[in-house]
Design a protein around this ligand. Structure first.
Ligand code: HEM
Ligand SMILES: *[C@@H]1O[C@H](CO)[C@@H](O)[C@H](O)[C@H]1NC(C)=O
Ligand SMILES: *[C@@H]1O[C@H](CO)[C@@H](O)[C@H](O)[C@H]1NC(C)=O
Ligand SMILES: *[C@@H]1O[C@H](CO)[C@@H](O)[C@H](O)[C@H]1NC(C)=O
Ligand SMILES: *[C@@H]1O[C@H](CO)[C@@H](O)[C@H](O)[C@H]1NC(C)=O
Length: 325
């Protein structure tokens, strides 16, 4: 009896996990393999974000764009190569995603701190996103770990899965639903726009054409920065996505309730029609604590999209290229 109990314990505890392709993500994944991993990432993110707060925004966005194309597998970090087209030049990413050099630095530092290639690029993105949120005043949350890195990318999925800033609510809901994310997840995760900046080219149509859904004074001030004609030097001009782009607060939702959403897609979440979505926006506008709490939970769901685990994929030595084999 004792023998069989021990025998089955051994099988399930040691042999099965090692042979299983599919394993669950866990918060303590690196605790034994590299206890320095999480503190190392946190210090590096805190240091850079302290000097350059926008980098925190850029890291949060990188994790989102990684997860929406092929799952959270580091695919967004792969450079184009002679044999593979990466995701970096997909429409939502090209000339817009930032933070790749910092991710490289974190990865190189971890390869030393962990005495080898231990921490996946996909996990670095998940941890760096959380550390950025915390560094800018959001609430902390436990990040699930154990993702492995993909050996390919999908520009097509980046183009089709990541919503464009000109989408309507129905389209956004369906792109989130495709990843098992709810309407509430859409509202909460869009709250990431409490951080960071957007370029004139994503704002023009809203500020010049959407007169019925934008506060007129707000539109006027944006027009001063973004001229009507596209293609000028102001195309790349940046405007903050809320009034406090370096503070993780409820300002984003407050702006939506005042018809001061920056992107068309932001204002789609509040139309003043008393819908379920409207009521969620109102709730988070009034309760920053509820937003911060809910955001962490929604980030865990975002970070759980189709991870590679166990023996799937690989741990990339360099986040920009697949390992040589
Ligand atoms: C729901 C649909 C979404 C759309 C249409 C959208 C679109 C955009 C656009 C157009 C920009 C500005 C890019 C530029 O001008 O270069 C932006 C910035 C940003 N987005 Fe989103 N986004 C969405 C959801 C999200 C989500 C879910 C997150 C994260 C959880 C996120 C995080 C960010 C951040 C932090 C920035 C600022 C980045 C920076 O300053 O570098 N967005 N987004
Ligand atoms: C990406 O952006 C650069 C710089 O704006 C541009 O020259 C290039 O054509 C774009 N690539 C794609 C695939 O859109
Ligand atoms: C949303 O956009 C889709 C695709 O462009 C369109 O078919 C649909 O009618 C739009 N829905 C609403 C409610 O405007
Ligand atoms: C979404 O959830 C359903 C039911 O819980 C599950 O069967 C399905 O695999 C999930 N899809 C994704 C993309 O995670
Ligand atoms: C406003 O809408 C018109 C008609 O759809 C379009 O041609 C024009 O480019 C838009 N203006 C801006 C500034 O986007």
């Amino acid at each position: 009896m004792l023998f069989w109990t021990l025998y089955f314990t051994l099988i399930t505890a040691i042999i099965l996990p090692a042979t299983q392709a599919h394993r669950k993500l866990t918060p303590d994944y690196y605790d034994d393999m590299c206890p320095q991993a999480l503190p190392t990432i946190r210090v590096m993110v805190e240091t850079v974000v302290g000097i350059q707060p926008r980098m925190g925004a850029s890291l949060v966005r990188l994790h989102f764009h990684d997860c929406f194309a092929k799952g959270c597998d580091g695919s967004v970090l792969l450079d184009d190569s002679p044999t593979m087209v990466g995701e970096k030049t997909a429409a939502p990413n090209n000339n817009s995603l930032r933070g790749f050099e910092l991710v490289d630095e974190i990865k190189a530092t971890l390869n030393v701190a962990c005495f080898g290639n231990v921490v996946s690029c996909a996990d670095i993105l998940a941890i760096a996103a959380r550390d950025s949120v915390v560094a800018l005043g959001g609430s902390s949350y436990e990040v699930l770990l154990g993702r492995r890195d993909s050996t390919c990318a999908s520009k097509a999925e980046a183009n089709s899965n990541i919503p464009s800033p000109f989408s309507n609510l129905t389209e956004m809901l369906s792109k989130f639903q495709a990843h098992n994310l709810s309407a509430e997840d859409l509202v909460l995760l869009s709250g990431a726009h409490t951080l960071g900046f957007a370029k004139c080219k994503t704002l023009r149509n809203r500020i010049y054409n959407e007169t019925s859904t934008i506060d007129p004074d707000f539109a006027r001030s944006l027009k001063a920065k973004c001229h009507r004609a596209a293609g000028g030097s102001d195309d790349e001009e940046l405007s903050p996505l809320d009034e406090t782009p370096a503070a993780f607060d409820a300002g984003y939702y407050q702006m939506l309730t005042q018809r001061k959403g920056m992107l068309h897609t932001d204002q789609e979440l509040f139309k003043g029609d008393g819908s379920e979505i409207d009521r969620l926006v109102k709730r988070y506008a009034e309760d920053a604590g509820a937003f911060k709490e809910g955001f962490g939970e929604a980030m865990v769901r975002l970070g759980s999209i189709k991870p590679l685990t166990g023996r799937e994929g690989e741990v990339r030595e360099n986040c920009r290229v697949v390992n040589r084999r």
